[in-house]
Write a protein that binds this ligand. Structure first.
Ligand code: IYR
Length: 221
């Protein structure tokens, strides 16, 4: 008989009542998350970042291929290189590459090409997405649902960062291939996004924006 790859597993056995309560409490926690763009220079404990990345790496992925790599950057000289390269792309974005419609959509966030958070936030986490893998014989291996998998993982990372009491910002200068050069990552890894994580600056303000209503975003059939 063919041996099964399946094992028994001890699933949570909480009551329906506790389940409802947990879901409400978690919602209450998550709806307080706000993206911030101004960071304190206060350092976050590495242990927190490590645990958040472990949480992200527990995400489900296509065929369990786990097509992600996280680079945690705290070194000031590397951060300066990243900021210089990102701002170079952002200058082009804000002064020409971005269509008027896109710039209009961004107006309420008051963003521009200056990105001090790349040097000031406690930690930068650069998430790389593997577009293919290489086996021990050097053959290219196809990866299934790579983007979806990394997206799920990043969602869990942002959730974990918020749960730990830190704030975060996702940043995507485009193109981002300078990150492969600066961080010495192989050709099969594509930069997915930069996450700045840490504590908010004392005077941090957030834009006055609202989430859509549950009714607007959900259909039960
Ligand atoms: N990458 C630019 C532009 C930008 C794009 C989106 I979509 C945002 O939600 C915010 C900014 C920047 O970081 O400024």
């Amino acid at each position: 008989m063919k041996k099964s790859n399946f094992i028994s597993y001890k699933f949570s056995q909480i009551s329906e009542e506790e389940s409802i309560q947990n879901s409400e409490e978690f919602y209450r926690l998550m709806k307080t998350r706000r993206t911030v763009r101004t960071f304190s220079k206060k350092k976050a404990n590495d242990e927190i970042i490590k645990n958040c990345i472990k949480t992200a790496a527990s995400a489900p992925s296509g065929a369990n291929q786990q097509p992600w790599h996280f680079v945690v950057v705290t070194d000031p000289s590397i951060r300066k290189k990243i900021r210089d390269a990102a701002e170079k792309e952002e200058i082009e974005f804000y002064s020409g590459r971005a269509p008027e419609e896109w710039l209009n959509a961004l107006k309420k966030f008051e963003t521009n090409e200056v990105k001090p958070f790349l040097e000031e936030a406690s930690h930068l986490i650069i998430v790389f997405q593997k577009s293919y893998d290489i086996d021990s014989d050097g053959n290219k291996l196809k990866i299934y649902y790579s983007k979806e998998s990394v997206g799920i993982s990043v969602g869990m990372l942002l959730t974990a960062i918020h749960n730990a009491g830190l704030v975060s910002l996702t940043h995507t200068p485009s193109p981002m291939n300078f990150l492969n050069t600066i961080l010495n990552r192989p050709e099969n890894e594509k930069p997915f996004l930069i996450i700045a994580a840490g504590y908010p600056a004392d005077d941090t303000k957030v834009p006055d924006i609202k989430k859509k209503s549950f009714e607007e975003i959900t259909t039960f059939v």
